[in-house]
Design a protein around this ligand. Structure first.
Ligand SMILES: Nc1ncnc2c1ncn2[C@@H]1O[C@H](COP(=O)(O)OP(=O)(O)OP(=O)(O)O)[C@@H](O)[C@H]1O
Ligand SMILES: [Mg+2]
Length: 364
């Protein structure tokens, strides 16, 4: 006799039940892998495919050790679950892919029938990723309050500045002596410089002019500009995923974002070297507290000396700079534009390998 709960489900045609399970499996943010008794891959959900950098088509039936470095600690855990028939939980387990990518995961391994030598269900929760989500929220809060301060300050500065410039202009008209008008010129030039600075601090004013676009159209524009500006001293290497679909975004503002980052990269490499632009799709990814089915990621990689340690925490705040010429605004503007698109920019830097990653939701 079936229970009330199962009676409620009984009226569903069987394919709906299976479809629902598949949908749940596909929508899970946790990477899930199912292994047969010989540790070959039976199934891998989309989050698992992203994490393990392998499609289900390519990995079905292959030994799990072809996807990750299955060292002694992994093997003994898998064997333990298969021999004891009990699920096991291992916190902060190191995991290395053959591509060299390293993770620290909270791992749950559960046995599935048959009972003699069970299949295994692995749930992999990257610990670093969870930290990244909270850092991301922290960063957005810091930037939102900084923006409020800048808005207020800009208003206070711009009004008197207009007055100073106007007065200098009137004074210049009254002066015959060219030596004296040199001084009024300095006042006007400096007032203009300050006004431009304040406008830059406020960031791009216009609303986003979005249209369906392909990210590679933006990357190609940046590549051409970068190579032209450096007279060929900077080479831009392309590593694109051509299967990325179009999505709604503002191509001009995104060009500004990537240019701000590549210009920094060029400056860090003293004007010559190679910058790599890499595009990829990430599935089931959380950005600004919202889960997205598909996210476009763009890595901008340089081989310069790396971001100075002291700047790393505040890199995306305005006026943070190590240069004498820069205003420390490029990255804060870039981050502002990324946020307006519902995305964000992250940085991972060590000497010889600096990677800025732009992540953008692709709602289609
Ligand atoms: N690829 C990079 N490698 C090393 N350091 C970097 C890199 N990108 C940014 N930085 C550091 O971050 C600082 C802030 O960058 P940001 O673009 O915001 O300002 P800026 O380049 O100094 O000035 P502006 O962009 O306003 O001209 C830079 O001064 C530099 O020290
Ligand atoms: Mg800059």
């Amino acid at each position: 006799m079936s229970s009330a709960g199962s009676q409620a489900l009984d009226h569903l045609p069987p394919q709906d039940g299976a479809g629902l399970e598949d949908a749940i499996f596909d929508a899970l943010a946790t990477a899930v892998v199912m292994l047969d008794p010989e540790w070959r891959v039976i199934s891998l959900n989309p989050a698992g495919q992203t994490m393990l950098e392998a499609s289900i088509e390519r990995s079905r039936g292959i030994p799990f050790e072809r996807l990750i470095d299955l060292d002694e600690s992994w093997r003994s855990l898998l064997m333990q679950v298969q021999s004891e028939h009990f699920a096991t939980v291992k916190r902060e387990m190191p995991m290395m892919l053959h591509s060299g990518a390293q993770y620290c995961v909270d791992l749950i391994i559960s046995p599935l029938p048959p009972t003699t030598k069970p299949r295994l269900l692995l749930e992999l929760n990257p610990v670093d990723r969870l930290n990244a989500i909270s850092e991301d929220a922290h960063l957005r809060d810091a930037q939102a309050s900084m923006r409020k301060v800048i808005k207020g300050l800009a208003h206070e500065v711009k009004n008197p500045l207009g007055g100073i410039r106007g007065a200098a202009q009137l004074l210049a008209r009254e002066l015959d002596d060219s030596k004296l008008t040199e001084y009024t010129d300095v006042i006007m030039e400096e007032a203009d410089r300050l006004r431009t600075l304040v406008d830059r601090m406020l960031g791009p004013r216009e609303r986003l002019a979005t249209r369906p676009m392909n990210i590679h159209e933006v990357l190609e524009r940046v590549r051409q500009l970068t190579e032209a500006e450096s007279d060929g001293a900077i080479e831009v290497e392309r590593d694109y995923d051509p299967s990325l679909p179009e999505f709604e975004a503002d191509p001009d503002q995104l060009t500004q974002v990537i240019l701000n980052i590549t210009r920094n990269a060029g400056q860090a490499m003293s004007g010559q070297g190679t910058i790599t632009l890499r595009s990829r799709a990430r599935r089931q990814y959380t950005l600004a507290g919202k889960r997205h089915k598909l996210v476009c990621s763009v890595d901008i990689i340089d081989t310069g000396p790396g971001v100075p340690e002291a700047l790393l925490d505040q890199l995306f705040l305005p006026m943070v700079t190590s240069g004498t010429k820069g205003n420390g605004l490029g990255l804060s503007i870039a981050q502002m534009i990324a946020n307006r698109h519902g995305g964000l920019i992250q940085c991972d830097s060590e000497p010889g390998n600096t990677c800025f990653t732009l992540l953008l939701p692709m709602e289609t």
